[in-house]
Design a protein around this ligand. Structure first.
Ligand code: PMM
Length: 308
């Protein structure tokens, strides 16, 4: 276990694994497509996520579910910018989830503080120079190509070793392009050109990923297919829908926090926010004094008195 999460210059130090809430302003994202498509509703949802314990809110206007076609730039801007502006005006720390430099640039102008690019700068040659010029934190994710056919690329010998090698190349490209290393966050890209066993292996090896990549780590397991596979019943025939995978997501958040992840990216914030706080408390637990004055665990729910 390695509780040292690393710091990201340009963002607060939360002194625990941070929680990034997700607002997808899309009609077709796999887990929440269509729910926050209206800007006003999306802003309200972002504020709700903050009230539930999110430290940052990640706003995206393009679905990256397997098989998804691309949206055009004008439509992505139309979806993302009002939501970024609305959340920034409420003092929320906003991350913009985009593969387009132009969208990143305008979102930063609107007050976003972090660029989250699932392609790690590979989809748009202007992305790294744009982030470098703005000197903002940058999430670089492991990516093997656009979502439309990414499942065909889910072929690995040693998934962790290959993700490390390929992701390192993207991290190096960002540094060589002028993004300061202390502003770069690495993300193994769970579900992107990966099958469930690959995702599980990567979660099992988060400690190794963190050590070998040597950057703060973002873990984005929320509601993903591999969790559906884990929870499936009837010999795998009945897979729970995305929105019934939040408890499983929180379990990964606890594992990730314990392995020293810098942040988790989740749709339902409350359970993960609680999970990372429990991990923080466990990590900072001291030896209890020999005599605790009679209070026992049975007293500590805080509800005994009220129940009478
Ligand atoms: N996954 C999705 C979207 N954005 N960003 C990062 N950094 N890492 C991810 O794994 C990631 C992401 C797809 O999930 P969603 O459509 O439910 O947001």
């Amino acid at each position: 276990m390695n509780p040292s999460r690393g710091r990201v210059t340009g963002l607060p130090d939360w002194n625990r694994c941070a929680v990034m809430g997700v607002v997808n302003v899309t009609p077709d994202s796999f887990s929440d497509g269509g729910r926050w498509f209206d800007s006003e509703v999306a802003v309200k949802h972002g504020l709700h996520l903050v009230a539930e314990g999110a430290d940052l809110v990640d706003v995206g206007g393009e679905s990256t579910r397997p098989g998804a076609p691309r949206v055009d730039e004008a439509e992505e801007l139309r979806r993302v910018l009002p939501v970024v502006r609305g959340l920034v005006s409420e003092n929320v720390l906003v991350s913009v989830d985009t593969m387009r430099a132009s969208v990143a640039e305008q979102a930063l102008e609107a007050g976003a503080v972090l660029v989250n690019d699932v392609s790690g700068g590979l989809a748009d040659p202007r992305m790294v120079p744009t982030v470098a010029a703005a000197q903002v934190p940058f999430v670089v994710m492991h990516w093997r190509g656009q979502s439309i056919d990414m499942n065909n690329r889910a072929v690995y010998g040693d998934v962790t070793a290959e993700v490390v090698t390929e992701l390192r190349a993207s991290l190096d490209r960002a540094v060589d392009g002028g993004v300061p290393p202390d502003r770069i966050i690495a993300d193994p890209g769970l579900g992107f050109a990966k099958q469930a066993p690959h995702d599980l292996r990567l979660v099992a090896e988060l400690g190794r990923l963190k050590r070998e990549l040597d950057h703060p780590l973002l873990v984005a397991a929320s509601r993903k297919r591999f969790l559906g596979r884990v929870l499936a019943t009837g010999d795998g025939a009945t897979v729970p829908p995305a929105r019934e995978r939040d408890a499983a997501t929180a379990a990964v958040s606890a594992l990730a926090a314990r392995e020293g992840a810098w942040a988790v990216r989740v749709h339902e914030v409350r359970a993960s926010a609680d999970a990372v706080r429990v991990v923080q408390a466990v990590e900072s637990a001291e030896d209890p004094p020999p005599d605790t004055g009679g209070e026992t665990d049975a007293d500590t729910t805080g509800s005994a008195g009220r129940r009478g």
